[in-house]
Design a protein around this ligand. Structure first.
Ligand SMILES: C[S@@+](CC[C@H](N)C(=O)[O-])C[C@H]1O[C@@H](n2cnc3c(N)ncnc32)[C@H](O)[C@@H]1O
Length: 474
């Protein structure tokens, strides 16, 4: 147990030798890199040290790691190597190391290589809150938020931004394995700070295969070399690819996944205020607010109890999983829609539907204890994500969670509009004709390609209202 917690705390995923060697080959062959000095700031058991000592024969190689045993293991692994004299390895905490001093001791072209820790700041605070050995070296690092601009961030992102600083005044390349999302954030920050000083390349890697980690990862190469006018980041499907798959870049103030496709279709962009994307109902209490119909007016809630209720305030509910899987015809789940628009008085439910009111009273505790502050000083049993648009019969919906541009045309069921949960984005229409017309436009190849050019599929919620609003419709 302790071992795996340390592994977690130190973001410890040792790189297989074969992958480290592939990386150094890509650097030498594709990027023509022949560094004077190689720095591996978190060298672990030394995969990148071994690969570098074989690939960059004349380079001075420096490796550090916080784990003494790893440093010893790395040292031992190269002890018989003919160039082992070029290598200096020692135990050191990245955050305690005087990098400015260390780097200034060596002149020439620098290659910063490696695979920085795979752990986020919030994971570290969880470890801390569980009162585990507080050896973590990342805790209480002031200014991290100021640098990354975020409350939760990857430690590797913070380290990478430090590496970028090292290259602000000297020639060199950074080549690290990291999350695809981290690479993008670093590109953005580097560009903000240093304009077009760096060229960037991303080679996607299979993290599941190499690290048994379910995350989109890559080899990220940022360099003071290869600068061209266009500062787009070249993305390759894998380490062997020689052909660029797409170019990530900034256009019209947006970070885009595929600038070529975006340029092709951007003339279609535009917002028609008649069609506003909305997200579904937010109630933060599915146990009470979502029910299954047993028969007629008998409903089963998430606590496992049956209640007779009027149908007046109950609407069929499609969840993200229904929309994502195209299950839009048969649904048995209902949601209690207590308001017509946000902030409506709910007390009239008592007269209109007394059984429903009694049900709400019976579950007052659950609803009162909803954590989100949005429910404070609102009428009892309030919901959000509700308005006249919710009650229009025809809808075009897409799940914000699913990693595909799959739109569904949802019709009213038994004369009543269908509702969605708050992870579903949708447009609504009065008539079938209008809904079908817009559905055809939105699912046309140009519209799909245009949207796809802006979506980073590794995001937790890749399809946002913000992106849909830039849609190529009307
Ligand atoms: C993802 S592993 C990669 C190790 C090695 N770079 C490789 O590619 O195999 C991250 C490494 O960072 C080291 N590490 C974690 N926190 C550190 C710190 N504060 N200073 C130096 N090394 C640290 C861990 O011990 C671990 O070996």
């Amino acid at each position: 147990m302790a071992k795996s917690l340390d592994k977690w705390q130190f973001g410890d995923f040792q790189t297989p030798d074969s992958l480290a060697r592939e990386v150094t080959q890509v650097l030498r062959i594709n990027h023509k890199i022949s560094p004077d000095i190689v720095i591996e700031p978190n060298c672990g058991k030394g995969a990148f040290i071994r690969a570098s000592v074989d690939e960059f024969l004349d380079s001075k190689i420096i490796g550090l790691d916080i784990n003494k045993k790893y440093v010893e293991e790395a040292r031992l692994s190269i002890s018989n190597h003919q160039n082992s004299n070029n290598v200096i390895l020692y135990e050191s905490d990245f955050f305690e190391t005087n990098w400015r001093d260390l780097i200034s001791k060596f002149s020439g072209y620098v290659l910063v290589i490696g695979n920085p820790p795979w752990v986020t700041s919030s994971e570290l605070s969880i470890l801390n809150s569980q009162n585990l050995p507080s050896k973590s070296n990342f805790q209480n690092r002031r200014g991290i938020e100021a640098i990354t601009g975020s409350g939760n961030f990857d430690i590797s992102e913070w380290m990478l931004l430090k590496y970028v600083e090292w290259l602000s005044e000297r020639e060199g390349t950074i080549a690290v394995l990291c999350k695809y999302s981290v690479a993008r954030k670093v590109i953005r920050q580097a560009r903000r700070k240093s304009g077009n000083r760096f060229s960037t390349h991303i080679y996607l890697i299979d993290a599941k295969f190499h690290f048994r980690a379910s995350v989109e990862a890559c080899l990220f190469v940022l360099s003071t070399a290869d600068i061209v006018d266009n500062s787009d980041c070249k993305v390759y499907e894998n380490l062997k690819s020689r052909e660029i798959s797409y170019l990530i870049g900034e256009r019209d103030g947006l970070i885009l996944r595929d600038t070529i496709k975006y340029e092709k279709w951007k003339h279609l962009a535009g917002q028609n205020l008649k069609y506003v994307w909305r997200s579904g109902i937010k109630h933060d209490c599915s146990k009470v607010m979502e029910l299954e119909q047993i028969y007629d007016t008998l409903f089963l809630n998430g606590i496992g109890k049956n209640y007779y209720m009027e149908e007046k305030y109950l609407y069929l509910l499609l969840k993200s999983s229904d929309i994502g899987n195209g299950r839009i015809e048969n649904c048995r789940r209902f949601v209690l829609v207590t308001q017509q628009s946000v902030g409506d008085d709910t007390s009239n439910i008592q007269n209109i539907a007394p059984k429903t009111w009694q049900y709400l009273l019976d579950h007052d505790n659950y609803l009162k204890n909803r954590k989100s502050s949005i429910y404070k000083s609102k009428p009892p049993y309030s919901i959000f994500g509700i308005g006249s648009y919710s009650f229009k019969g025809w809808k075009i919906a897409i799940s914000g969670l699913y990693k595909q541009l799959k739109f569904c045309l949802v019709k009213p069921i038994k004369g009543k509009p269908v509702m969605f949960d708050d992870t579903v984005n949708f447009l609504s229409f009065e008539t079938e004709e209008e809904a079908e017309f817009i559905f055809k436009l939105i699912t046309s190849t140009p519209a799909i390609e245009f949207l796809d050019s802006m979506i980073f599929w590794d995001e937790k919620r890749p399809i946002t209202i913000d992106i849909l609003t830039r849609r190529a419709v009307c």
